[in-house]
Design a protein around this ligand. Structure first.
Ligand code: SAM
Length: 267
């Protein structure tokens, strides 16, 4: 197996390459994932395999999706004697995750995500929650805070509500810039998202909920009465116990679902 030190690869900013180098943090992430021989892991952005080695040690099947063509031969060489490792060169934003699913199994998704694609990628994976057992991601702390945010906080918005619609969310631990090479400018954190078997507050039509959230949070400063004047009357809001003068960031997931269901059933 090729030693980490033998690898010559210059980190590329445009691929969001901040490689993990702190072995203590790498072990801690692998322990949090706890991959066993029953698991099918999908790693997004394996980079130089820093996390891959530790995760594979649990005996799992692992499919890795890496965009940077220059890293492919490095990874292939590093894991050439590892039959449970399968490498795919491609973009995780367009990759067909369903092509990896075998039978009834669910995928466990892991990644120290390139920060420039983390939010669109999470939205995309939420759309495919039915094939996912859980997700462990390294993200900017600010994005983890948004995922886990409660109504009324500054971080609360469309990402928080859609993630919390589908998943139970646990912010696990913070990771300082020194754990990476090169060092990012911001603090990072590990988060676990576990899709519910049934969402606790199901929407009659998910597309209506998504459109409602877009309308409300594209104009966060506006009251609900103003931003929803084409969708829902003040009377309809009041019937749901929602104040039409409130701003969207004060509403719970359940209240958004109630508004969405009311839009769906209004004539
Ligand atoms: N997992 C490695 C580690 O922890 O050291 C690398 C993490 S680095 C933050 C992000 C990785 O994602 C890089 O290897 C980068 O080339 C890769 N990447 C960037 N954009 C990607 C995309 N759209 N699809 C798949 N991989 C991508």
């Amino acid at each position: 197996m090729m030693a980490q030190a033998d690898i010559q690869h210059r980190a590329r900013k445009r691929f969001g390459q901040n490689f993990l180098q702190d072995q203590g943090i790498i072990h801690r992430i692998a322990r949090a994932v706890h991959a066993t021989d029953k698991d099918h892991i999908v790693e997004i952005g394996p980079g130089q395999g820093a996390l891959t080695t530790d995760i594979l040690a649990g005996g799992c099947q692992l499919d890795a999706i890496e965009l940077d063509r220059d890293l492919i031969p490095i990874l292939q060489q590093q894991f050439s004697e590892q039959p449970r490792f399968h490498l795919h060169q491609g973009d995780a934003l367009t990759f067909d995750f369903s092509s990896l699913v075998k039978g009834e199994e669910k995928l466990r998704v892991v990644g120290n995500l390139p920060y420039n694609i983390s939010t669109p990628l999470i939205f995309r994976l939420l759309d495919q929650h039915e094939m996912i057992q859980d997700m462990h991601f390294m993200l900017q702390l600010e994005v983890v805070n948004r995922l886990a945010a409660s109504p009324g906080s500054k971080s609360y918005g469309r990402l928080s509500i859609m993630a919390q619609y589908y998943c139970d969310i646990h912010s696990l631990f913070e990771v300082p810039p020194e754990a990476f090479s090169p060092r990012p400018k911001v603090q990072s954190a590990i988060v676990r998202l576990t899709p519910y078997k049934q969402p606790p507050h199901p929407a009659k039509n998910i597309k209506t909920l998504q459109a409602l959230l877009r309308t409300c949070f594209n104009q966060r400063r506006k009251t609900l009465r103003n931003s929803l004047k084409n969708d829902l009357s003040s009377d309809q809001m009041e019937a749901l116990d929602i104040n039409p003068s409130a701003r969207p960031e004060t509403l719970s997931l359940e209240q958004f679902v109630n508004m969405s269901n009311s839009i769906e059933t209004s004539p």
